[in-house]
Write a protein that binds this ligand. Structure first.
Ligand code: HEM
Length: 521
């Protein structure tokens, strides 16, 4: 949510400037469209467009509701930003996947650099600058490279189980620590403490908050009034500038926090394989005059990785716990499967995965049921285009509404229900080989961290199910507390805290865990 802005005095002046810009842009578009119509959409108000029609918390509801009136591809304007919202997976695939040479760019975000997020290759324009960074990232995170992280992911899962045994009510914080520890290990080879680790804390502080300004309703506002980001922080009403400065400082601290650790490890020869060591090996092959650019790209990749991984995986595991609390029968059924395959005298391993289709279906259904990235990341059209007779203007922001796609009743009957069986045939075999495409985005910008994410989520989900039960919390009279789930807002959406109880399954305690861990190493 955008911080409340004290900007009435500047608003009128700025609106008149925008009015000129809008009139000019619309006139140009009319001329360039060759008479073809824009996709249908709400008319909106003069100047502000449809900005005030959006759901205050979750814009994807409004976007989806527009489908009933305007169809699956909706054109809307927010201030001077034009947007095409895609509510169907087929259209998203047709445009963002099949015509990815035209739809791989990102829209301009005025807040990006002032907030300290200039490092993020997830947000830069499509071109060589992005390509170099994505290639470096891919080198460490491609499907056939991530298996090398499995032993580390297993050991972090053991820590997660120990943390939850010790303090079950703090499971959300333990999940966040689990994911941060994995990311720190992959990026820096850093062995984070299971609790209160300084580097994890710095990272968490840097990641929380700024994501909320990079929202579809936030961006047009900030893009239209970029000077608000640059006001002196002492200026009355300079809330946005203060937020930006704080975020910038936090990102700076995060960027340098791991360096002393890495230097020490390098000097004494104890650095473990990581993205950084991978990159340093490659640095040796880089020509002298290109080394500085390569190092800059590596720094961007490191920080983007930490950012990309920061909330998404935790959010998915929280959705899983929510689903288990709401559906005890599904939880029990999964535990029967787990007990049959893993037994009750060891911890789950990656090699169990193929034998656990029901657990796999739970994971896929978690990702479909409440997509943690409900509107993905915006793309933009590099050149004007035509789709099914509609004109798509160059530079228009394209939003693929994953949440609407997850609610497609013809693909997912009773879509708002959590039903792992939708991914299984009558014999209990999986009918798909992964979550639906909209979960991880589209085309050349599709999430490149999905294989690492998938492994980290699967082993945690499986280990938690095998060893804990998830229930609704009880009131003073011992009755279960019913609740309606609510979710955070922003690019990453996760369940708000809900009344729950996590208890170890019979026979599982710290002694047993220590025994199993010893036996598995
Ligand atoms: C459940 C977990 C995750 C989900 C649901 C998710 C989802 C997404 C989505 C929807 C996008 C935008 C795709 C598009 O533009 O169409 C994205 C981009 C990205 N993700 Fe993920 N992600 C997850 C985990 C991760 C992890 C663990 C990492 C890092 C290790 C990561 C790194 C990135 C990066 C770097 C991009 C930007 C790609 C680019 O612009 O070229 N993600 N992710």
């Amino acid at each position: 949510m955008i911080p409340t802005l004290d900007m009435h005095s500047t608003l009128i002046l700025s609106l008149s400037v925008i009015a000129v810009v809008i009139v000019d842009r619309l006139a140009r578009k009319k001329r360039a469209s060759g008479g073809l119509p824009l996709p249908p959409g709400p008319t909106g108000l003069p100047l502000v467009g449809s900005l005030f029609s959006l759901d205050k918390r979750d814009v994807f509801y409004t976007y989806r509701d527009w489908t009933a009136t305007y169809g699956d591809m909706v054109y809307a304007r927010f201030l001077n930003e034009e947007m095409i919202i895609i509510n169907s997976e087929k259209i998203a695939v047709d445009l963002l996947d099949k015509r990815s040479n035209n739809y791989s760019d990102r829209p301009f975000l005025a807040a990006l650099k002032p907030y300290g997020w200039g490092f993020s290759f997830a947000d830069v324009n499509y071109g060589d600058y992005w390509r170099i960074r994505r290639k470096l990232f891919h080198h460490t995170f491609r499907a056939d490279a991530v298996a090398k992280f499995q032993p580390m992911q297993i050991s972090k899962v053991h820590q997660l189980l120990a943390n939850i045994l010790e303090c079950p009510e703090d499971y959300a914080a333990h999940l966040e620590t689990y994911n941060s520890c994995i990311t720190m290990s992959i990026v820096y080879g850093y062995d984070a403490k299971p609790r209160d680790d300084p580097l994890v804390d710095i990272t968490s502080k840097a990641m929380h908050g700024p994501l909320k300004v990079f929202t579809p309703e936030g961006c047009p506002l900030v893009n239209a009034f970029p000077f608000l980001l640059r006001l002196p922080t002492w200026f009355p009403g300079a809330t946005l500038a203060r937020h930006a400065r704080a975020s910038h400082d936090n990102i700076q601290s995060m960027g340098v926090a791991a360096i002393p650790y890495m230097e020490k490890k390098m000097i004494n020869g104890t650095a473990v394989p990581s993205l950084v060591t991978d990159m340093l090996e490659r640095l040796e092959e880089v020509e002298a005059d290109k080394k500085a650019a390569f190092e800059a790209a590596v720094k961007d990749v490191m920080t983007t990785t930490v950012a990309g991984a920061s909330e998404t995986t935790t959010a998915t595991l929280l959705v899983f716990i929510l689903a288990m609390v709401l559906h005890p029968e599904i939880q029990q059924r999964a535990q029967v499967h787990l007990d049959a395959v893993v037994g009750r005298d060891r911890l789950p391993e990656f090699s169990d995965r193929e034998l656990l289709p029901y657990v796999e279906a739970i994971l896929i259904e978690c990702m479909r049921w409440e997509p943690v990235s409900p509107i993905g990341r915006p793309h933009t059209a590099t050149e004007s285009d035509v789709y099914e007779g509609y004109y798509i203007p160059k530079g228009v922001t394209i939003v693929a509404n994953a949440w609407a796609m997850s609610r497609n009743e013809s693909a997912f009957p009773n879509a708002s229900e959590f039903k792992p069986e939708r991914w299984l045939d009558a014999e209990g075999r999986l009918t798909v080989d992964g979550p639906p495409g909209f979960v991880f985005g589209f085309g050349r910008r599709v999430c490149p961290g999905r294989w690492a994410a998938d492994a980290g989520i699967w082993i945690a989900l499986c280990s938690l199910l095998a060893n804990f039960e998830f229930h609704k919390a009880k009131d003073a009279k011992g009755r279960e507390i019913d609740f309606v789930p609510t979710f955070t807002t922003g690019f990453v959406r996760m369940p708000d805290p809900f009344p729950s109880r996590v208890v170890a399954r019979p026979g599982f305690d710290s002694e047993r865990l220590a025994q199993w861990v010893r036996a598995s190493t």
